[in-house]
Design a protein around this ligand. Sequence first.
Ligand code: SF4
Length: 359
Amino acid sequence: MEPGLGEARLDDEVVMQLMWAMPGGGGAGALPIVQAHGGESGHGSHQLSAVWTCPRQWWLRYRRLMLLVKENGWRMSGTLIHLALSYRYAAMMEQVPAWVHEKSLDEELEHDAEGLGDAGKARETIATVRDVMREYTWKYEGEPWVPVAVEEQISMRLGDMREARAGEDKSLDDVVVTCRPDLVVRCPDGLLRLVDHKTTSDAHWRDKDMLPDWPEDGGSYRVPWQMMLYLWIARHHMGQAEISGFVINRIKRTKGWKSGRYDMDRHELRIPVTFYEKVPEIVRATVAREREVERAVERGEKPIGLPWACHGPFGPCDYVDWCTAPTNRHRGALLGQPVLKDDDEELPEQKYKIVKRAA
Ligand code: SF4
């Protein structure tokens, strides 16, 4: 049963009762918006997990701000579908956010798709996004969700999650952790849920025609780190009695025989209490790890690269070419810098650019 459609499963009730007993609640109130709709997210959930995945990846992406010149195609499709969904739900809000009127969806799509670096691919991707949205609108006609926030960034001081204990680094208390849930909705049961749009499924299924069945135990969402952090922060601001949980809104392109060309469904996550209770510890340990890497770089050391992280379930790490480049000349070429090369030496095309941090 899809959440928000009026029929709660017994399992969900048990999970929800457990949630009432969880820490992290504060008084109910409005979402304090730090920054809405796009932009840098500071210590967000992706950044936090990256330092454990591979310190070099974390440093290149979040400290050196080295990005791909041409964005990966399937990641761009996902980004654009998220963008279109944000406009859909923002337009349904009681108070439509100002950004909806500042730039039209078409303008935003065209601007972002330029990141593909190929006008033909950009047009094709935008056409696909329009198709997805037509079908999404058709499938969820009579939408049970009432949107109350779209891509609004909320934040929390580490010290408000849990103050430093004796012997711990007190300066970490002032580090701010942020999150930007795709959507916050009020469901027919009167409670709020955070929603995450997922436009890809596990890599194993990426080439198949339809979404995999949602596994009974939640599968790869059994321990959903990002969602646990979001819930922690949202409940701090809005009260845990208001926010009953997290929903994954899946969208997948299909091929072949199915009547529709897209598969879509929604599932409520079960949040494991044992991990949820540890969110403040996990975040504090992670920020401490980031500080260690920064200190090592200040001492002139290179952040260590972890080879087992170079190929993940969604393909190679963005920095494989950088990390496997045989010489500094190759690295210079990858960054588009003028390099002196030996005769007959073949150098790669520019693949990366360094961006400036937003003021
Ligand atoms: S290619 Fe491998 S070592 Fe290099 S940043 Fe990525 S995960 Fe780390």
